[in-house]
Design a binder for this molecule. Structure first.
Ligand SMILES: *[C@@H]1O[C@H](CO)[C@@H](O)[C@H](O)[C@H]1NC(C)=O
Ligand SMILES: *[C@@H]1O[C@H](CO)[C@@H](O)[C@H](O)[C@H]1NC(C)=O
Length: 622
């Protein structure tokens, strides 16, 4: 045989193998590609870990600034900042903070701000000073705010001017604790609140000495991000320097590069906005188009105006975009990639159909958890895929779950039961050195609640994700529901116990049972409460409305309320809740007085059948 015949034979057999692999293992190449990417990320991470002095996420930003100082980094309305300008501005923040009595390098500082460039400058400044940042949710007020502030041991609060009222509400307690309160404004008349902006403007833009952060190690906390857990007030999840360094890869591993323009409209106090959008763009050197908050009507105009190529979403975002009126220019934009979490299969299809060929990268991860997936195969509706390598590195299992008793099913020997393919189970992932669970700041009890022991073997230890999943025959993973006393609404987790605590501190309410109900056409569940009243009291919808709006952020306010004569005593608490959830908010099914929160009337008003129908048909927006 001559060389040509051999080559042709070789090519033919290669082709046959490729075809066979494609037929019998349709996802083989995608799995392989994903594996190679994973390997690359791990290698890059390891080489960074070996560098001296220590290399942190901040150092990647400084590296980017040194390589292309004049590249545009942040766009916000009409404001634009290059990498160099961002660097200099954050130096000013750092110098101003450093000369602030009450602050010492390394102290934890809480940020109470909505999305704006100052948020990013402050974080960079804190990183330069070796200070962890606590990213407070700017919707929280009073008790929650104090709790979130205190539980990370912060000594300084930096707040946006529009949140002055909320700060004043808690000022006496903060002053008592000796907290330094800084407001991003030129002048503040309130005693105890210091204006900070003119100090920043007057500060030099010179670099910050590395020695100020010499104490920072890979184990040091970098940011605290708050998550609503199964019970009680929000918990501070610790993101340490190691974790932030690994998080750098989130956008680059999805093919985002320095040419890309990333549209960041999700809140910066959450992982999606901060870690994926901001930290991810530091790694890639992309331009960030920052927006104060998501707006469905402005979304595509913004994308067109700024040549956005990458968007971020949560399930609700996609749904809102699909429900805006159709426009001629729906497909005129440069968006090529959408990264996010929680889009339903039907919304995914409609989105692509309407807005064009945009690649959707659905992923699953939690701030504090130790397991994550990404749907690199683009399978509609899935959040990820079981992959041999992934499951070797990060062992996880779906276990059978008893939703009535709200706990994993256990065999007589005490071990859990893996859910077979196609069946729903609770996602738990093994806690190991490379998949650690950091726990919550100063909250051992809550930390312990997220641990599951004796899962597959006596003495083993897993992280309880609190999420129910299903794996199909092709090994794709689908999100099903959350367990326990939380529900998701407008992209936020709501802890039912926190809401019922707030309801019962109102004089009139004796007991409150809070749960989430499904509303057609909406992601997640909206809050509902079944309450009993104190004897000899009269229900006043207006008073309750002002109480609820004072203490709870909009997404956590119970939208529906039913007043029960007495709490039923048959069955367990959980079974009762299941029944309440089933009855939902349908006045046809409920004899109890039924109310709906009405923002225009500023009251809880009686729910009528017409209102119910309008909500179901989508004529009343929730
Ligand atoms: C922080 O990072 C280290 C790795 O450098 C990790 O082992 C540790 O568990 C993390 N968490 C804490 C709280 O130290
Ligand atoms: C967007 O791209 C167009 C064409 O490529 C260019 O003319 C325009 O200046 C760009 N706009 C921005 C804000 O970069």
């Amino acid at each position: 045989m001559d060389i040509y015949t051999i080559t042709i034979l070789l090519l033919v057999s290669l082709l046959t193998i490729v075809l066979a692999v494609n037929t019998y293992f349709p996802y083989f190449w995608l799995d392989l590609k994903y594996f190679c990417e994973l390997l690359q990320i791990i290698l890059r991470y390891l080489s960074r870990r070996r560098r001296t002095p220590n290399f942190f996420a901040l150092d990647r930003f400084l590296e980017q600034t040194a390589t292309h100082p004049d590249k545009l980094f942040i766009v916000f309305g009409n404001e634009r900042y290059t990498f160099a300008q961002t660097d200099q501005r954050s130096n000013q923040f750092a110098h101003a903070l450093q000369s602030q009595p009450g602050y010492g390098a390394g102290d934890t500082v809480a940020l109470f701000m909505s999305n704006e460039p100052a948020f990013l400058f402050t974080w960079l400044a804190l990183a330069k000073l070796g200070s962890p940042a606590a990213l407070l949710n700017h919707n929280i007020r009073t008790r929650s705010l104090l709790h979130c502030f205190s539980c990370c041991g912060a000594s300084v609060l930096i707040a946006a001017p529009e949140l002055r009222d909320a700060v004043e509400d808690v000022l006496p307690s903060l002053t008592q604790q000796g907290v330094t309160v800084l407001l991003m404004t030129d002048h503040c008349p309130t005693p105890g609140i210091l204006s900070f902006t003119e100090k920043v403007n007057a500060a030099p833009a010179s670099p910050i000495s590395r020695s100020l952060r010499s104490k920072v190690t890979f184990k040091s906390p970098a940011v605290y991000i708050y998550t609503s857990g199964t019970t009680g007030l929000p918990k501070a999840a610790v993101v340490n320097q190691t974790r932030l360094l690994t998080a750098l890869a989130v956008l680059s591993s999805n093919g985002v590069s320095s040419e890309d323009v990333v549209y960041l409209n999700l809140p910066l106090y959450h992982t999606a906005g901060f870690v994926i959008g901001f930290i991810g763009s530091i790694e890639t050197g992309s331009t960030i188009v920052l927006r104060r908050k998501f707006s469905a009507s402005q979304f595509w105009d913004d994308c067109r105006k700024h040549n956005v190529t990458v968007i971020q979403y949560i399930g609700e975002v996609m749904r809102y975009l699909c429900s805006t009126p159709k426009r001629e220019n729906d497909r005129e934009h440069k968006v090529r990639l959408a990264i996010g979490n929680g889009v339903r299969a039907e919304v995914w299809r409609e989105f692509i159909h309407r807005f064009g060929d945009i690649q959707i990268r659905e992923f699953y991860a939690s701030t504090e958890g130790n397991v994550g997936f990404v749907n690199y195969a683009g399978k509609i509706g899935a959040i990820g895929r079981v992959n041999f390598i992934h499951s070797t590195l990060f062992p996880f299992v779906l276990i059978k779950y008893d939703t009535e008793r709200d706990e994993p099913v256990r065999r007589h020997d005490g071990l859990c039961v893996p859910a077979p393919k196609g069946e729903t189970g609770l996602l738990v992932s093994k806690i190991t050195d490379i998949a650690p669970f950091e726990g919550y700041a100063q909250n051992e009890e809550q930390t312990e609640r997220k641990r599951v022991r004796n899962v597959l073997r006596k003495g083993d230890l897993y992280f309880n994700s609190g999420d129910l999943m299903r794996i199909d025959q092709d090994n794709f993973i689908y999100f099903q529901d959350r367990v326990g006393d939380t529900f998701r609404w407008k992209g936020e987790n709501v802890a039912t116990t926190e809401v019922s605590d707030i309801l019962t501190i109102w004089d009139c309410i004796k007991e409150a049972n809070v749960y989430g109900v499904c509303v057609p056409g909406h992601e997640g569940r909206t809050g509902m409460a079944a309450v009993t009243l104190q004897e000899d009291t009269q229900f006043n919808g207006r008073d309750l409305y002002s109480h609820v709006t004072k203490y709870l952020p909009p997404y956590a306010r119970p939208r529906f309320l039913r007043i029960q004569g007495a709490v039923e005593v048959t069955g367990t608490f959980k079974q009762l809740k299941v029944k309440l959830v089933e009855q939902g908010f349908d006045p046809g099914q409920i004899q109890d007085p039924l109310f709906v929160l009405d923002d225009r009337e500023k009251s809880y008003v009686t729910m009528t059948t017409e209102m119910y129908n309008s909500i179901i048909s989508g004529n009343i927006k929730l």
